[in-house]
Design a protein around this ligand. Structure first.
Ligand code: AMP
Length: 476
């Protein structure tokens, strides 16, 4: 998963971009990069957090009134500096591009690039497949007289050829800022603007929270297959490209997006409260009566508060997070991951001691975190621990950019409910039911492939096998 943004306006935009990048940092912490354009591309990228990669001197040198930026969470390709986005092509006019998502027909696209466009990717980043397809299609137009229709035409062909999830933003040097979504609209992409005495600034970003921090008004979310182009005079052109049925990723609401973002007119925090309330009904039906509800900080918070409200039981913060240790997923081996959970979360003994504790997390993936949490809470004196997951069982790997690993590692793909509860050492295990979650999204078509195995881009067998092979090879 990654975070992307792109801005254009009547003044230097890099300062807005930098604040926006930090607001998207939760979407990717492996690498960060920015390309701006003024007479030429100005580039700064590197491995690590935004504040580590960019020093004041870099920001001052990123000249121009148009640019794109990226924070990376590696899912496709290795985490090396050569793979850091944005990536630029020097034809037909210079295009700097970023994307969030995952191309699933990468083998086929590599062949297309070679045979049809006589080019090959230089890195293992799947963005190159989108970039060179688009750049090659644009190159076929009358380059002395490029119109918006030509740009949109090149996007449409790209959308027809490239399969998978992708939200894309690109600077087309001397022309403008382009954004588009894959035909199913799987990943988020929002449009925002800010009026100023000098004129209007426009921005695209993965999440609206990015706009809030820099005083932009969030206009709307791009739809499946939509293309938006902001030209040099700041006119906004928009059109539907190659579109199929919308399938917006439900895991953005469950886990990935920030609580304060609004995606498809739904505040993420509210969605999580609703998930918590539904879990409340389930817990009541199971005859459980916790004394206190706590969350696994921090993505479990709103679901936990919804659950506590529904049950009429106090919510307390029972686990405190050490924010400086990094995500448990980043650690490569199982034993290191278990240690990190311990270093990351510290129980508040007075909150849980002698109590029946319902502890809410957004999801259970491998089960490592939850097992450790149950252990920590019992050591701190909880008499009973009910583990509650805002997500239904995660049974199938995500091929669209959320790193959930391969099916052999997904606990719910390999154990039944009782076996999972036993593995965790919990007194009860309550998952969101898939039907209840589907009810919440009956009027927003979502992708729930990780929960129901229905992949919106079609048969995923080959992609899953490739991902599995890559994962096993990297372990070796
Ligand atoms: P585990 O069950 O030990 O694999 O980890 C579950 C925890 O990882 C939950 O607390 C989630 O908040 C978090 N989580 C879920 N999906 C992801 C993901 N794709 N990347 C990083 N963390 C995740």
């Amino acid at each position: 998963m990654c975070g992307i943004l792109g801005f254009t306006g009547p003044r230097k935009i890099v300062y807005d971009m930098m604040i926006g990048m930090t607001a998207l940092q939760h979407r990717g912490q492996d690498a960060a990069g920015v390309i701006t354009f003024k007479k030429q591309f100005h580039i700064k990228k590197g491995l690590g957090l935004v504040n580590k990669v960019f020093k004041q001197k870099h920001v001052d040198h990123l000249k121009g009134r148009i640019g794109v930026g990226h924070v990376r969470y590696t899912t496709q390709g290795s985490n090396e500096s050569v793979n850091v986005q944005p990536i630029a092509a020097n034809y037909p006019f210079g295009i700097a591009m970023v994307h969030n998502g995952n191309v699933t027909n990468f083998e086929e696209m590599r062949k297309v690039l070679y045979k049809e466009y006589h080019t090959l990717p230089a890195t293992s980043n799947d963005l190159e497949l989108i970039l060179y397809t688009f750049a090659s299609e644009l190159s076929k137009k009358d380059l002395g007289d490029i119109q918006v229709a030509d740009i949109f035409d090149a996007v449409k062909i790209t959308q027809q050829k490239v399969v998978g999830s992708y939200s894309v933003i690109a600077v087309i040097a001397n022309y403008g800022l382009l954004a588009f979504c894959d035909p199913n609209g799987i990943r988020p992409l929002c449009l925002g603007k800010r009026e100023s005495p000098k004129g209007t600034f426009y921005g695209f970003a993965s999440e609206t929270t990015c706009f809030d921090h820099i005083g932009y008004e969030s206009i709307r979310q791009l739809e499946a297959g939509e293309m938006v182009f902001i030209d040099k005079s700041f006119n906004v052109h928009t059109q539907t490209g190659h579109r199929k049925e919308q399938h917006f990723c439900v895991f953005e609401y469950i886990y990935f997006s920030r609580d304060d973002s609004v995606l498809h007119n739904r505040l993420v925090a509210n969605e999580r409260v609703k998930m918590g309330r539904q879990l409340g009904h389930k817990i009541r039906r199971a005859g459980l009566q916790p004394d206190v509800v706590i969350d696994v900080p921090s993505s479990g918070y709103f679901a936990a508060s919804g659950l506590a409200e529904e049950l009429g039981v106090p919510y307390r913060r029972g686990l405190v997070k050490n924010n400086h240790i990094g995500r448990s997923f980043i650690s490569p081996t199982q034993s290191e991951r278990e240690n990190i959970v311990k270093r990351k979360l510290n129980p508040i003994r007075q909150v849980v001691n002698g109590k029946k504790v319902a502890v809410v997390d957004d999801s259970i993936v491998r089960g490592t975190t939850s097992k450790r949490i149950v252990q920590i809470l019992k050591e701190a004196g909880a008499t009973e621990v009910y583990f509650v997951s805002a997500s239904p069982p995660v049974k199938s790997p995500c091929i669209y950019g959320i790193d959930m690993s391969i099916s052999t590692e997904l606990i719910a793909a390999n154990k039944n409910l009782d076996e999972i509860r036993e593995y965790m050492g919990a007194d009860a295990l309550i998952y969101q039911s898939l039907d209840d979650l589907k009810m919440l999204y009956h009027n927003l078509p979502t992708c729930m492939a990780c929960l129901d195995g229905q992949y919106p881009t079609g048969d995923a067998k080959e992609v899953l096998e490739t991902i599995e092979k890559e994962r096993l090879a990297s372990k070796d």
